[in-house]
Design a protein around this ligand. Structure first.
Ligand SMILES: *[C@@H]1O[C@H](CO)[C@@H](O)[C@H](O)[C@H]1NC(C)=O
Ligand SMILES: *[C@@H]1O[C@H](CO)[C@@H](O)[C@H](O)[C@H]1NC(C)=O
Ligand SMILES: *[C@@H]1O[C@H](CO)[C@@H](O)[C@H](O)[C@H]1NC(C)=O
Length: 976
């Protein structure tokens, strides 16, 4: 009851007061003129602050009013700004309004006035403006110093992209002022005789220390200022908060560009949490640590405020802290029970609270790639068995965890390396063989390819080769070859062998590779075919063979030039009939040979086909060495037998024969004219058969020069046009000439040789030194025809003129018969000639003949009765030849030599001497005697010769001759 009474009372009072108010307002004398207008200047912000009051308002009256404000510059009539300002007015309350001037306030005097009008719905019409207040002046120039030039604003701070108006005031009346922005002159507008202005639009950041502007009145004054351009403060991006342990919240954000300037410190960041009402200033530009209150606050509403002088930016986030858990990295990652294929991983996590669960991700990496990925739920410690691992392989295990209740982020991962252990190799090595004869003995070379890493399951230590002779099954030969080797050589007997090859690592052997080899190299003749080329390599194909149930092997050499080559091979299944062989080693211009083998069930290889080809044929690089032969006047033959068509950079298809030709000359039949690179003209003949390595050039001109060149050609072109060979055909007659000349020369030679061999015989026959009377045919002729009683001349009938004595070099002696008693003691082994010279100068008529011993005939010769050869022709000592031409000299010489010789005659040995007669000297001219042999007149006949024993030779009967003769004796000398 009481309560309702109070309500009623209040209601009535309120109603009453409203009534009172309405009546008061209406009764008021409007308008309400602004009063006490006060204008103040804020130079730094270029603002005019206005303050005024409305006095004649009723007590506690509140009215909505609108004010009109006018601002004039320089003079009151120059209104530059009009603005309406609505507000609620209370009695005696100061009203505030401010205005920012574009033009710095120091440069101009400003005038301000205000008027007001009630703008309240409670006040009925009509409403009209009050009177203007008085003009209030705002003049900052009064405070300027005594300088002649001023430039405004001073060291202003603006944001990038702003427009800035500058002005200067000069107190010099004849001024001529220029202004510059960073040394570039700026256009100036004059506002007043003393004040000018210029505007910079859309200013940009040049440097932290600001942009330099200055104005200059040359010779009078200069003023500068700095414009600080700040980057625009950005709103913080990617703002988030998270916790590792529910004790700390780590909040972070991207602050954007830094707005720090000398005029402005770096922007500040403040964190405000609205639920707790707490606030903290962040020390860092991009993160902040927030202590979690002890009460278990779950929801947080953070506002991050970024602020600098010019701007303020803010960003808020609201989150449940259990959704922002970023766990710490797991620890103690270990491996247990590592085998070749399995390993167990264990790790631990940092627990949060008592009941937290983590989701951990385990990754297995091999060679940098993720192989396995597992998610494991973990409370405190995790464990996982990794299987399906490769033996002898290095792996990395990596673990990271996230809060399982609500996924926010993975922790930083922890990783650890481990290696599985080795296992026995899983595959048999790929084995191939090559059988050849080494010094007559069949030798097999086994080759194998190294196992791949996944096949080897560890480091291969050695290969074991076991040779099994099926004829002697119990006998095995084992051979260990240390690992990097990929071949071995085994000598064989003629029979066939089974060879097992295994690869071994530290755990054990691989399965065995079996190959059967017979001592027969198996080089049976198989025709060679050309192999096809495809883009991918050599396309080798073969006819399927019944005898190759185990498959085929294609064998080749990557570098056929190297001997012995390292064989390459490719195993193919029993159904294969072709394969493409590619190798990075194949080069153009190299001939590759492929052999296709069929493999029997006994693992024996039989050569089936041979292929050859080039990956790309090239033109020949060399020309054959050509030999010319059978050169005649009209033809010659060219041969190049030692040119091997096999070893060329392409299949030789034939040869071109070039013959140099003169302009206008006709080519030989079979040749055609062709012009080559230079101006010269050639005749060209094509030989299509690569095996034809001989060519006969015919229809040639005799005694002409022919220049030719033989070059082979392949599908890629012909060989180099090198040097031409010159051949000159022979003369037409030279052939016949040779036919005649040769036999002639032969016969002359033969004749000369015969003459030489028979020279002694000829001499004897034709020109003996001493003619042999026995052999003279003159005597018999005379005897038979004219005088049958004619005998040899009697020495008594002859007057000796000269005797020539020839003595043999062995020391033979001659005895002048009529003058020496030492003859008996003398030994005569050599013939000697004595010239007997008459003492009587002019002997009338024929005197008695002189008998002399002719030592030419020795005992043995006379006994046989035959005529022996003449003595050796003695030589004349060169010093004595001249003086002997006169008789006196001759005699002296003879005497002297004779006397010397006598003393040298050895004694005692008896032998037979022949005594014969000579012709008697010719009467008349004795001076001619030595040169002209005497013609027999009286003693013209020879007497029979007698053989006398030495010592019994008696002096000849004629004293005369003994006294008148001088004998000469000398060994081997002959005087005439
Ligand atoms: C979070 O705080 C900001 C600033 O205090 C406030 O404006 C906003 O409404 C708050 N949001 C919530 C969901 O409380
Ligand atoms: C925060 O999240 C947890 C888990 O999602 C939830 O149980 C809890 O109720 C949430 N708290 C608030 C205040 O929403
Ligand atoms: C590896 O683990 C598998 C089961 O995952 C087991 O059968 C095998 O024996 C293990 N191997 C080794 C070497 O421990």
């Amino acid at each position: 009851m009481a309560l309702s009474t109070i309500f009623l009372t209040v209601f009535l009072l309120a109603l009453l007061s409203l009534r009172t108010y309405q009546s008061e307002v209406l009764s008021e004398t409007l308008p309400l003129t602004p009063e006490s207008l006060n204008v103040s200047i804020n130079s730094a912000h270029q603002r005019l602050h206005l303050q005024w009051t409305i006095h004649n308002l009723a007590y506690h009256q509140e009215l909505k009013m609108v004010f009109q404000i006018q601002i004039s510059r320089f003079k009151t009539s120059n209104v530059i700004w009009k603005e309406s300002y609505s507000t609620t007015v209370k009695q005696n309350q100061g009203l505030h309004w401010s205005w920012e001037s574009k033009l710095p306030l120091e440069c101009a005097t400003h005038f301000v006035r205000v008027r007001g009008k009630v703008d309240d719905a409670r006040i009925p019409e009509p409403k009209f403006w009050s009177n203007w207040s008085r003009w209030e002046e705002a003049d900052a120039q009064n405070s300027l110093g005594p300088d002649l030039l001023f430039l405004f604003p001073e060291d202003k701070l603006v944001e990038e992209g702003s427009d800035v108006t500058f002005c200067y005031v000069s107190r010099n009346h004849q001024h001529n002022i220029s202004c510059y922005l960073e040394a570039a002159q700026i256009h100036i507008d004059q506002l007043d005789p003393r004040v000018s202005t210029f505007k910079l639009k859309n200013v940009s950041f040049i440097r932290r220390t600001g942009t330099n502007i200055f104005c200059e009145d040359p010779g009078v004054a200069m003023k500068g200022t700095v414009l600080f351009v700040s980057k625009i403060l950005e709103e913080p991006k990617d703002f988030f908060c998270e916790t590792q342990d529910f004790k700390n919240l780590n909040c972070a954000w991207d602050p954007g560009s830094d707005t720090t300037l000398p005029k402005q410190p770096s922007q500040s960041y403040t964190l405000f949490e609205s639920f707790s009402g707490k606030k903290m200033l962040c020390e860092h530009r991009n993160f902040c640590n927030w202590q979690v209150a002890q009460d278990s606050q779950e929801m947080y509403n953070f506002t991050l405020v970024a602020e600098n002088y010019l701007r303020k930016r803010r960003v808020s986030i609201l989150f449940n802290v259990t959704h922002r858990v970023h766990p710490m990295s797991p620890y103690n990652l270990f491996f247990e029970n590592i085998s070749a294929t399995n390993a167990t991983v264990t790790w631990k996590v940092h627990a949060i609270g008592n009941y937290s669960t983590f989701l951990c991700q385990l990754e297995l990496l091999g060679e940098g790639k993720v192989i396995q990925q597992q998610n494991v739920s973990v409370k405190v410690s995790g464990e996982y068995l990794l299987d399906d691992l490769e033996p002898d392989t290095r792996y990395t295990a990596r673990v990271r965890c996230a809060y399982a209740n609500h996924f926010w982020k993975w922790s930083e991962p922890i990783s650890q390396k481990f290696s599985t252990s080795e296992a026995a190799p899983s595959e048999a090595p790929d084995v191939w063989r090559n059988v050849r004869l080494v010094s007559g003995r069949p030798t097999v070379t086994l080759f194998w390819k190294p196992l791949s890493k996944s096949q080897a399951n560890g480091k291969i230590l050695f290969y074991k080769v076991i040779v099994e002779n099926p004829d002697k099954p119990s006998k095995f030969e084992g051979l260990s070859i240390p690992a990097p080797a990929n071949s071995t050589e085994l000598p064989l007997n003629g029979s066939s062998y089974q060879i097992h090859v295994t690869a071994h690592n530290s755990v054990g052997p691989s399965p065995a590779s079996v190959i059967t080899v017979s001592g027969d190299p198996g080089n049976r003749e198989v025709e060679e075919e050309r192999v096809n080329i495809t883009e991918d390599g050599f396309s080798v194909s073969w006819k399927p063979q019944a005898g190759a149930p185990a498959g085929y092997v294609v064998e080749w050499c990557d570098r056929p030039q190297d001997l012995p080559c390292d064989p390459q091979w490719k195993n193919l299944g029993p159904n294969a009939t072709s394969t493409v062989i590619d190798s990075g080693a194949f080069r153009p211009g190299v001939r590759y040979n492929f052999r296709i083998y069929g493999i029997s069930t006994e693992r024996m290889a039989h050569l089936l086909e041979r292929k050859t080809g080039y990956i790309e044929e090239l033109a020949p690089s060399d020309n054959p060495r050509v030999v010319t032969s059978h050169l005649t006047s009209h033809s010659f033959t060219l041969t190049w037998k030692d040119y091997s068509t096999e070893s060329q950079p392409g299949f030789i298809q034939g040869y071109y024969l070039y013959l140099k030709s003169k302009v206008g000359e006709q080519c030989l039949p079979g040749f055609e004219k062709t012009g080559l690179t230079d101006d010269s003209v050639y005749c060209k003949h094509r030989i299509d058969n690569p095996e034809q390595k001989t060519f006969v050039m015919e229809n040639l001109q005799p005694e002409s020069v022919y220049e030719f060149l033989i070059t082979p050609y392949t599908s890629a072109g012909e060989g180099p046009l090198g040097a031409f060979t010159k051949v000159t055909t022979s003369s037409e007659y030279s052939h016949a000439l040779v036919l005649i000349l040769l036999p002639m020369i032969f016969f002359i030679l033969l004749f000369t040789i015969v003459c030489y061999l028979k020279s002694q015989w000829l001499k004897e026959k034709c020109y003996p030194d001493i003619p042999d009377p026995c052999k003279s045919s003159v005597l018999s002729l005379i005897k038979s025809k004219e005088n049958p009683h004619l005998t040899i001349m009697n020495v008594n009938d002859c007057v000796p003129d000269a005797i020539e004595v020839i003595n043999k070099p062995e020391g033979s002696k001659i005895q002048f018969v009529g003058a020496s008693k030492s003859l008996t003691e003398a030994e005569f082994t050599k013939p000697t000639y004595l010239y007997l010279l008459p003492t009587v100068k002019n002997s009338p008529g024929p005197g008695p003949c002189i008998c002399f011993e002719n030592f030419t005939y020795n005992q043995a010769a006379s006994g046989s009765g035959s005529c022996d050869p003449f003595p050796i022709t003695p030589q004349v000592p060169p010093g004595q030849r001249g003086p002997l031409t006169s008789r006196g000299n001759l005699l002296k010489a003879l005497e002297k030599n004779y006397m010397n010789s006598l003393g040298e005659i050895p004694s005692g040995e008896a032998s037979l001497n022949y005594v014969s007669q000579l012709v008697s000297p010719m009467s008349g001219d004795k001076d001619n005697l030595p040169t002209n042999p005497p013609e027999p007149i009286l003693c013209s006949e020879y007497k029979m010769q007698m053989a006398l024993p030495l010592g019994l030779a008696s002096p000849p009967p004629s004293e005369n001759s003994r006294l008148s003769s001088t004998a000469l004796l000398d060994q081997g000398e002959h005087y005439r």
